[in-house]
Design a protein around this ligand. Structure first.
Ligand code: URA
Length: 237
């Protein structure tokens, strides 16, 4: 059971002060009856709350798979750029966030949720959850590179060493512009680009394709999203 004003604010109907005003104005019904007390407790699992006649369902946790397009930042708000959350038109919760950051020019799988425990499990390097990327790389990627990736690469700067955990490199095309699939289990800042840079090669296109058991749905065009299926969610939880 939660307070009616919290229920509405959680679902993005307005700030706590705004929804209190809407409730006092008689715009909110619970089970069809107008309720004017913000402190009234409602059962979020069974009762129907409506705002100006439109049902406001309560979602404790939401889970969306987004095919992130290039040009959008992985943040909850930004002064200049569009964010990945701006792309989720259906969202109910106002506390959603992207699980891990993809660079502005990176595309692909991004989980958007408000489930902090799940995010921690997916992101913590100690949990060894695979993050699998497809990359186009300027430069001939070789078997020797794959060995370096397996051993861990120093992506540090003048300030000091920064070793990566072992990573699995699959070479799809080895040419002037190579194509690879790289699986890492951590998420250091610009990690994939810095790993290739350390070997004298530049990533020119990057797309995340998998995170743990969650695979990018290729029917989603860049910029499109959908809720996770029950099966996908079970796999993650
Ligand atoms: N590694 C990068 O370099 N960029 C990303 O967006 C993700 C992983």
């Amino acid at each position: 059971m939660i307070r009616l004003d919290k229920y509405l604010a959680d679902m993005g109907a307005g700030t706590r002060q705004e929804v209190k005003k809407y409730i006092r104005q008689g715009r909110i019904t619970v089970e069809g009856d107008v309720v004017k007390k913000p402190e009234m407790k409602v059962d979020e699992t069974s009762q129907t709350v409506a705002f100006d006649g439109t049902t406001v369902g309560y979602a404790v946790c939401e889970y969306y798979m987004l095919n992130k397009p290039s040009g959008v930042v992985s943040a909850t708000s930004d002064r200049r750029d569009r964010t990945v959350l701006d792309l989720i038109g259906d969202k109910k919760r106002k506390d959603l966030f992207p699980v891990g950051r993809l660079d502005k020019d990176t595309e692909g799988l991004l989980l958007i949720t408000n489930d902090g425990a799940l995010a921690h499990r997916l992101l913590s390097p100690k949990k060894h959850v695979d993050k699998c990327y497809f990359a186009s790389v300027a430069g001939v990627v070789t078997k020797e590179d794959a060995v370096h990736f397996k051993e861990g690469i120093d992506i540090g700067s003048a300030k000091g060493r920064e070793m990566t955990m072992p990573a699995e490199l699959e070479i799809l095309i080895s040419a002037e512009v190579s194509e690879v699939r790289l699986t890492i289990q951590e998420g250091k800042f610009h990690q994939v680009k810095r790993m290739f840079h350390a070997l004298g090669k530049e990533v020119i296109y990057l797309r995340r394709e998998r995170m743990g058991s969650l695979v990018l749905d290729r029917s989603l065009k860049p910029g499109e999203y959908r809720s996770l299926t029950e099966e996908e969610l079970k796999g993650l939880l």
